[in-house]
Design a protein around this ligand. Sequence first.
Ligand code: NAD
Length: 333
Amino acid sequence: MSYTITLIPGDGIGPEITAAMRRVVDATGVKIEWETVEAGADVIEKFGTPLPESVLESIRRNKVAIKGPITTPIGSGFRSVNVALRKELNLYACLRPTFTIPGVKTRFSDIDLVIVRENTEDLYAGIERMVDDDTAESVKLITRGASKRVAKFAFEYARTEGRGKVTAVTKANIMKFSDGLFLEATRAVAADYSAIEYEERLIDNMCMQLVMKPELYDVIVTENLYGDILSDLCAGLVGGLGVAPGANIGDGVAVFEPVHGSAPKYAGLNKVNPTAQILSAQLMLKYLGETDAANMLLKATRAVIAAGTTVTYDLGGSAGTAEMADAIIDQFE
Ligand code: NAD
């Protein structure tokens, strides 16, 4: 079986980590034709937009894409390409596994949880305006349909992955309408999955719980903004953004990407950790049904991190991005 996959290298550290990832994936033996397309600030001059239609067309045609991070200007400038991509392709569920990897320095040893983040609405819907010169307004849009859809995804994921518990996270005590609706929709879905334990937490309490006893959590389903923040918090629990992979999944289409951003200050230095990008590819291989290659890749990455001799600065080593990828490839049988 061979695949054509859309590859968006991104900007900042994106090109170097996606190049490393591509070499590692090719070395697994899975036959992939990479269709490379560009998005982000650098293409605005050529296409008049940071997200050219040709990028969306490529992903729609190939059904699977993997991307590096893309910079979003802060406060002003164009809207996030990453958010636009998720909305345009209706990639409604963002899947972010968090697990401890032996060899990565953290205070925890047994974290194995997955964040399922609603990916298309909430405060990320982009409905905001200046009411007058001194007043700004952002609309928090929550619909029953999108809430049910992501809750169903979370429970189905729990069922197929043999996970026992789903925790819904909101601030429904304060935002009774929007978060209240998300919770109501999630409860309705939970009722169809009696074999899976269901519980609820408020976002503030959840932050404390995750820092104090993360091992208690399994699958977490939440809204867009809370999911964004919890993802970085969880990455911090298991060793930082350098090891946190992710996937954006819709009906029949998926875009894989690390949790981290473009880390511009490290761009072009061959310094950052390629693991988050490589493990995003591992999720992609699993999604494609290439289970053996996915398992081999995970095992090899774990082995390199456990050995600790060829790892990047964030894991306490001095290896470069490319060298760490080479070490992972060397582990393949
Ligand atoms: P960031 O994730 O880019 O970096 C924050 C810090 O995390 C870095 O300075 C570095 O210390 C560490 N880090 C990140 N990736 C690492 C890696 N692979 N290895 C080792 N350390 C790593 O966050 P930021 O600085 O807040 O954002 C930079 C830009 O990225 C912004 O424009 C933001 O909008 C964008 N961004 C894009 C995406 C995406 O493409 N999906 C996601 C998040 C942020």
